[in-house]
Design a protein around this ligand. Structure first.
Ligand code: ADP
Ligand code: MG
Length: 327
């Protein structure tokens, strides 16, 4: 199978009628027709074998995740997905592997009406780079820089399960098989919070998606907005799904492990956002409208810096480093 057969077979489909894409795969460029009054939101994410995934990962899950992490960036800006490109380096053209990869990728793409409109294919160590394009009404994108002091800090969904799965797969933690399976789903098939991001436009003052760990990513909002924050770790520890599942199954985890996973885990792909206290009902309504739970985990403060407290408001020493590729 040559390069062009491979593209034709696995990555070429007609562009859906009525969408933003007017010309898809096959020419030198794809063509998109942005709507008037909209800004284009653009983001790229690269997944590298050995760094972001194990060599033997299920290719269907990998296809899903490669697009999911990109859609998560659009969600964080409140943008609606339009289209994406796929740059792929492959050690060999393995038809069964490619079919499974494309299945995972395109199923998620279809679920979000996000058309694959182009890319590049080359031989090399397995590396997947996706660029997504979305649209957001001009002036309404959710940014990292909009938080003000004395606002609520919210996070969607669950935190830390992906990290717990990674620890278990690397032999650093023991998880009962059922819990590992649930946690592994979160690691390998994250759900980008695309509907929630759009629903939070005009409500959230700032937002980002949690990819490298809650505290480190919160630090990006704090720096960009020039505020500090206080996080209640008795709330964040409640957000790891396997924690509740373990409790009901009679398994006990070291709270230190659960704090590490929830505060500094990474690979969560949840939305972390701020909103004024007056917007609490609006936040809850937005979350309910898209079926994604949200939890209030702290407050922003005028005083710069990030403080952690327990349920009684007592200071908790912060020693939870986020992931940094070059640290
Ligand atoms: P060019 O040489 O002009 O860069 P290519 O020969 O690399 O174009 O690609 C041919 C067509 O196939 C282009 O439309 C390109 O966008 C598309 N394409 C290449 N690789 C992929 C891929 N992995 N997924 C989707 N489209 C692809
Ligand atoms: Mg090319």
């Amino acid at each position: 199978m040559g390069e062009f057969d491979l593209i034709a077979r696995h990555f070429t489909r007609p562009v859906p009628p009525g969408g933003a894409a007017v010309l898809g795969v096959g020419d030198d460029c794809a063509l998109l027709a942005p709507r008037p009054g909209m800004h284009l939101a653009v983001s790229s994410d690269m997944l590298v074998e050995g760094r972001h995934f194990f060599p033997d990962v299920d290719p269907e899950a990998l296809g899903h995740k490669a697009l999911a992490v990109n859609l998560s960036d659009l969600a964080a800006c409140g943008a609606r997905p339009l289209a994406f490109t796929l740059a792929l380096a492959l050690p060999q053209a393995d038809d069964a592997w490619l079919a499974a990869f494309a299945r995972g990728l395109l199923r998620l793409a279809d679920a979000h009406g996000c058309a694959l409109v182009g890319g590049d294919t080359t031989r090399g160590p397995l590396n997947i780079c996706i660029t997504v394009l979305g649209e957001v009404p001009a002036g309404q994108a959710l940014l990292r820089s909009g938080a003000r002091a004395d606002e609520d800090i919210w996070v969607s969904g669950s935190l830390g399960d992906a990290r717990a799965a990674l620890c278990a797969l690397q032999g650093q933690a023991a998880l009962p098989p059922q819990l590992l399976q649930a946690a592994r789903q979160r690691l390998e098939r994250p759900t980008p919070r695309v509907a929630l991001g759009q629903a939070l436009r005009g409500i959230a003052s700032s937002a980002l998606d949690v990819s490298d760990g809650l505290l480190g990513d919160l630090g990006h909002i704090l720096r960009a907005s020039g505020v500090g924050a206080c996080i209640d770790t008795s709330r964040t520890i409640e957000l790891i799904a396997i924690g509740a599942q373990a409790a009901s199954a009679g398994t006990h985890f070291d709270p230190e492990f659960l704090h590490q996973c929830t505060l500094a885990g990474g690979d969560d792909y949840e939305l972390l956002f701020t909103a004024p206290a007056a917007a609490r009902a609006a936040v809850q309504a937005a979350a309910q409208g898209c079926g994604t739970p949200v939890a209030r985990i702290g407050r922003t403060e005028a005083q710069p810096g990030l403080r952690l407290v327990d349920g009684q408001g007592r200071a908790v020493p912060g020693r939870f480093a986020s992931f940094d590729h070059f640290a």
